[in-house]
Every structure is written in C-alpha cells, then in structure tokens.
Design a protein around this ligand. Structure first.
Ligand SMILES: [Zn+2]
Length: 251
C-alpha cells in the first residue's frame, strides 16, 4: 500500500488517533482574524470537513503580517474576511468546506451555538468573548485564545470555571462600557494591540491541540495557559468556578 498517497497518513500514526472523530467534528470559529486564520488552516490540514466561521469585517493590509489565508489583492479590494477564508480553503483541501457568516458575534443565539461540537474563540475584545462564553457554557466546549505581542493566553471552558468567573470587575465594567443602552457599539478609537505571527501560531496551535485532545479523548484542560514568548515561559493557572458568576449561578 502506498502510504504517501494518503494525506492524513502521518497523523494517523499518532497513538490513539481516530481520523473519523476529527473529520466529523462540527467546528465553529468565531473571528477570522489572526488566530482564526491559523486555527482554520490547522483544522483544514487535519481534515475537519465542516467548519463554520463568523466575522463581520473585511481584509486590510495591516492584517497581512499574521493572517496566512489573506492576500494583498483581497486587502486592496476590501474582501470580506469570511469570503477570503472560504476562497483560501478551497485551494488547501477539497475534503473541507467552510461556511462563512458575515455577522457580528452578538447576533448569534444560544440555539445557533448548539449546532456545533466545538467552538474556537478567536476574538480581540472581551464583550464578544463574554457573549460566546455565556451562550456555549455547559453545552459546547469553547477554547478562547488571545494574544498581545510576545504574550498569549488560552482558556478552555465547558462545565468548569468560565470566562466570566475569571474576569475582574473592572474588566467587566470596561467591556460593558463599549456598548450604549441600545446595544449599539460605540465608535471610538481604540489602541491597536501589538500582534506577531509567531505568538499567533503558538496560541492557535495550543487551541487546536485542545480540540484534538477533546475530539480523541473527551478530556479537557481546565487550567488557563499563559505564554510569555520573551521569557520563553508557559504557566498554568487553575481557576475555581465562582458561585456568584452570572453565567451558571443556577447550575
Ligand atoms: Zn462563570
């Protein structure tokens, strides 16, 4: 048998591998920015057949230092990020299809999230993260990633401590302040977060690794992972589930 003609041959050699479990997982990626690009690239390499991605934004030149699926031309003509992702995946692996939804995170309901086996949070703001957290909690495993220059963070949420358990009161107030009473996002200039392709790949890699482990074993890692690329150090931080948390105070 010609092992080299099976694109998944080398991963199938990993102990405990089950390609069917990976292939059939229905995966949702929230955000088609830096982390979203990397996460989707790896899901497609792994052979995940059905991927849904949600983003409302379009491609700009400043995305190109870390978004592997976008092109200069797409930035020039302001292609929607979800359309750019769908296009790129077609060329990467014909086993996989991506459905791109041009929507804001806040438009997604709890019913929508329940369609999926696993959710990736690839977001750049706390308000959107808290929306995903509250809608997935207890139903769908959710891996939330974030980066800031040399640093990054991954938190896995399912039935353990959630994002809101860990958010300080001050952060929460700031997140809410981004919205007016009508729920419309206020327009103001926010400082842009420093971003490197290296940290993006590392954090997205940890997120996808948590998906692989969950798909193969059903196990989750309930510690928050902090990565410091300058000190070359990774720390784990265990958070306790808070019984005062709004997301799961009744269960
Ligand atoms: Zn909580």
């Amino acid at each position: 048998m010609d092992f080299d003609s099976d694109r998944y041959d080398r991963q199938k050699r990993v102990k405990g591998w089950n390609q069917d479990k990976i292939r059939k997982s229905k995966v949702l990626v929230i955000g088609a920015g830096a982390l979203g690009n990397e996460v989707i690239k790896m899901l497609v390499q792994l052979g995940v057949e059905k991927i849904t991605v949600v983003d409302f934004d379009f491609v700009i030149p400043a995305n190109l230092n870390r978004c592997v699926l976008f092109t200069q031309n797409q930035a020039d003509i302001k292609t929607l990020k979800v359309d750019a992702v769908v296009e790129a995946v077609k060329n990467l692996n014909s086993d996989c299809t991506v459905e791109g939804l041009n929507k804001k995170v806040e438009e997604l309901s709890e019913v929508f999230f329940k369609n999926f086996d696993f959710v990736f949070g690839c977001l750049d703001n706390l308000s959107a993260r808290l929306h995903v957290n509250a809608n997935c909690y207890g139903f769908v495993p959710f891996s939330d990633g974030g980066t800031d220059g040399f640093n990054g963070r991954v938190q896995f949420v399912f039935k353990n401590a959630c994002l809101e358990c860990t958010v300080s009161k001050n952060d929460f107030t700031n997140a809410l302040r981004r919205y007016s009473c009508s729920g419309e996002k206020k327009e103001f200039d926010e400082a842009k977060i420093p971003a490197l392709p290296t940290t993006t790949s590392i954090i997205a890699g940890i997120q996808v690794q948590s998906f692989i482990k969950y798909a193969l074993t059903g196990e989750i890692n309930d510690e928050i992972i902090f990565y410091d690329g300058m000190l070359n150090k990774t720390s784990m931080f265990k958070v306790e589930k808070s019984n005062k948390c709004n997301v799961h105070q009744f269960g």
